[in-house]
Write a protein that binds this ligand. Structure first.
Ligand code: NAP
Length: 278
């Protein structure tokens, strides 16, 4: 089953994509990781998330090898480190990412987190890359609701296309305010670490619901994230077996009993929470 999420400009992407943190780090795992990413694209998990930070470029290089000859099948996301998010440095960072990825443009370029460079300067640097055709659109990651309001108030800030945030059953704080804020603006929320980095998969309630649906705990964790509108999940899987399982997560339809059990085990927020990040 494919579910699509729309950007404010009308572009659609699959709600389930693929993450790549730590992919490309270990030469012994390279073949398995490439096979997993490639199988994911075959199965429609065509949004690929990477970053200049990951393995100091090794992740982008591996992604580049996987998408060689299939650039048009994928929606490519990379991220600039905060220290490089200035008018002086961003263009060079982006050029290097494009070279490692073997492409001439990114579909989405994100500020990895907010650092010392003022946001208005980062917006200007992003817009220069849009003008040069090196990126189609830009967004942010790890920005809380106060920072999003500040960004939106800056000149050009309303062009921000997405916010990538830590979101899984174990950390639901953004459901209180930031997720509705993003939904109201058709700004997709990219849920990172949707499996809690694997840490959620032995939780007895998740295992129990998985058993009821003849599914796996990872599928339940992903389905729980993806039941909200405007959410894109980017699980990292480094085996074909895992990526095939993840691709079926959208088949799960929770009933009221499932939702009640999940909410009892992982209570939704009832007040504003500080943004959780990794
Ligand atoms: P994650 O996707 O929540 O979890 C990855 C772990 O789950 C790995 O150990 C993986 O094992 C395992 N896994 C995947 N599919 C599975 C399955 N079907 N059954 C059992 N285990 C499974 O963690 P993450 O890598 O932290 O987050 C995902 C992506 O989000 C990253 O790769 C990165 O692209 C992005 N991210 C962004 C930020 C940011 O600051 N913007 C921060 C963190 C992550 P195998 O590897 O063995 O398959």
């Amino acid at each position: 089953m494919t579910r699509l999420v729309s950007f404010a400009d009308g572009t659609t992407v699959p709600a389930l994509g693929q993450g790549t943190w730590e992919i490309g780090d270990d030469p012994a795992r390279r073949d398995a990781e490439q096979a997993a990413l490639s199988r994911g694209i075959d199965l429609g998990l065509t949004l690929i998330d990477t970053a200049e930070l990951y393995g100091s470029g090794k992740s982008e290089r591996l992604v580049g090898e996987v998408i060689a000859g299939r650039r048009d099948e994928v929606f490519l996301v990379s991220k600039v480190k905060p220290d490089n998010a200035s008018e002086m440095k961003m263009m060079l960072s982006c050029e290097k990412s494009l070279e490692r990825l073997g492409v001439d443009r990114l579909d989405l370029y994100l500020l990895h987190w907010s650092g010392r460079v003022p946001l208005d300067e980062t917006i200007a640097a992003f817009e220069e890359l849009v003008d040069e055709g090196m990126i189609v659109r830009w967004g942010v990651s790890n920005l809380d609701i106060r920072s999003m309001n500040k960004l939106e108030a800056l000149e050009g800030g309303d062009a921000c296309a997405a916010n990538q945030l830590l979101y899984n059953l174990g950390t639901r704080g953004i459901e209180y305010d930031l997720l509705p804020w993003l939904q109201a603006r058709d700004m997709p929320m990219m849920a990172y670490s949707p499996l809690g980095r694997g840490g959620l998969l032995e939780h007895p309630v998740i295992v129990d619901i998985a058993d009821r649906h003849d599914a796996s705990p990872a599928q339940v964790a992903l389905a729980a994230v993806l039941r909200h509108d405007g959410v894109i999940a980017i699980p990292k899987a480094s085996s074909v077996e895992h990526v095939e399982a993840n691709a079926d997560a959208l088949e799960i339809q929770f009933d009221i009993e499932d939702i009640e059990k999940l909410d009892a085990a992982f209570p939704p927020p009832t007040s504003e929470q500080p943004l959780d990040i990794i």
